[in-house]
Design a protein. Structure first.
Length: 476
């Protein structure tokens, strides 16, 4: 940025300029410049309202809109840039407008303040970028669904406390992550409904005595309505904090997925292999292949959570209405947007290209006496109270550990020695008939269960949901 003579949007009552220390502390244009397209969009709407109020002639409006369009073009090409003398994005853009229009450019300031401008700009920015974030979430959901479809019939160890619990379809486990992500998208869509309120027209805090039309401005900018209270409009940053909460929870969800990928790719698990394109090696150990995308996704979640905590802490003690503390709202929001748009495509690529070791999963599925619950439930179907069935199967597991055997290796005689509940019944049916992984999967066929048929039902339902999310993200 080149040096320029300072131009301020305030200062008429000041005899001198700010100190260098205050100037350095106050400047925000180095990060809020990304709001320029949205500020220009709002300026066009405001110019039209001033015209309808009789405060701009048709000729003045035409010149104003032409200058704003030219300034927008110059900003996009880099021909116009902020300088070190510009305090913020609003100052820089007014300078650009005055360069093009002279004193006419100063008429655009009537009836608005930086307070309602920045609240409007940030809402416009976020509502725009949230749809891009949803598009990236849809890509991740789609990658997970495709892997789930490929592995719907593959048995895997389902875990609680990171200990083998019951066999599950590996596709079922992958879809669990999709359901978390669909809730994230639901939250963002619900957030958008509350964020679709226009602060423009609220002025500094009390509205304007000029005959403006906040409803017309709101409609032109794609908001559902103007803000009903001018003081709340300029002071409210709920929309920013709520977005950061949504971003933090997305970060938590991709961190949990990342943690599972790290485990699954380890030598101890060997359930999957991460593609070379989404792995790195070691500077000293030539054999290493590290799941860096998954680890970075875990790490970035801390950054997203920190952004939320930062803004909440800033907001907690502010009196109405606008306070300069609110300058601190933008960097956490911008960082959260940048972080999600950086991480999500990498995680999607990692998931879509990972190779699943189906044989290893299938072999591991019954380990750790994972079919014990199926045995207990068989006894319940035979009329045994579950409390007794649970205790009998627990004794059987201890017997197996002492004798170094797995459940599937037991004979009918060995089973009957442990408990009469395990004896062959009058029809000749053996309890060993349920000690089958794929039978155990198929038996869990209730809604939401891990049976492969239910997994395929989930996939069909989720594809429809994700298609709807993609359509929303692509709405103009």
């Amino acid at each position: 940025m080149a040096d320029n003579k300072p131009m301020r949007l305030w200062g008429g009552r000041f005899e001198g300029g700010p100190s260098d220390a205050l100037t350095r502390l106050s400047v925000s244009v180095q990060f809020d410049w990304r709001l320029a397209p949205y500020d220009l969009l709002a300026s066009r709407a405001h110019a039209r309202v001033l015209h309808r109020a009789g405060l701009l002639t048709q000729e003045e409006l035409d010149r104003m809109l032409g200058a704003l369009d030219d300034l927008d073009r110059a900003c996009r090409t880099g021909e116009f840039r902020p300088t070190v003398a510009d305090e913020d994005v609003h100052t820089a853009l007014e300078r650009g407008l005055l360069e093009r229009l002279g004193s006419l450019g100063g008429k655009l300031r009537a009836g608005r303040s930086r307070n309602d401008q920045i609240a409007t700009d940030l809402r416009l920015y976020l509502r725009d970028h949230v749809r891009t974030i949803v598009s990236r979430l849809v890509e991740l959901e789609t990658a997970l669904i495709s892997q789930a479809e490929e592995n719907a019939d593959v048995a895997a160890p389902g875990m609680t406390h990171l200990q083998h619990a019951q066999p599950v379809s590996f596709g079922h486990q992958l879809l669990a992550h999709v359901h978390a992500l669909t809730r994230d998208v639901d939250r963002l869509r619900d957030w958008d409904r509350r964020a679709a309120v226009s602060p423009l027209g609220s002025g500094a805090l009390a509205g304007s005595s000029l005959p403006l039309d906040p409803a017309a401005v709101a409609a032109e900018l794609g908001f559902d309505a103007p803000a009903p209270n001018s003081m709340d409009a300029v002071a409210d940053r709920d929309f920013a904090a709520e977005f950061l909460f949504c971003a933090a929870l997305i970060g938590v969800h991709i961190s949990r997925l990342g943690e599972e990928i790290v485990l699954w790719a380890s030598q101890e698990f060997r359930w999957i292999e991460v593609d070379d394109a989404y792995s790195t090696g070691s500077s000293i150990m030539p054999q290493k292949k590290n799941p860096d995308v998954a680890e970075l996704a875990r790490g970035k979640s801390g950054r997203l959570i920190g952004s939320l905590m930062s803004l909440l802490t800033t907001l907690k003690g502010l009196p109405l209405t606008y306070n300069r503390d609110l300058q601190e709202d933008k960097e956490p929001v911008f960082d959260a947007v940048d972080t999600l748009l950086l991480v999500l495509p990498a995680v999607s690529g990692m998931i879509s290209t990972m190779r699943v070791n189906k044989a290893k999963l299938e072999a591991s599925a019954p380990d750790g006496f994972a079919l014990a619950t199926d045995l207990a439930e068989l006894l319940v179907r035979r009329g045994v109270p579950f409390r007794d069935a649970h205790e009998a199967v627990g004794h059987l597991v201890v017997w197996c550990q002492v004798n170094d055997k797995d459940l599937g290796e037991l004979t009918d005689d060995e089973l009957a020695k442990v408990s009469p509940y395990f004896a062959v019944d009058a029809t000749g049916a053996s309890v060993r008939d349920v000690l089958n992984v794929h039978g155990a999967l198929a038996a869990r066929s209730a809604f939401g269960g891990t049976a492969p048929d239910r997994v395929r039902d989930q996939i069909a339902a989720l594809r429809e949901i994700v298609d709807g999310q993609a359509a929303w993200a692509n709405e103009s």
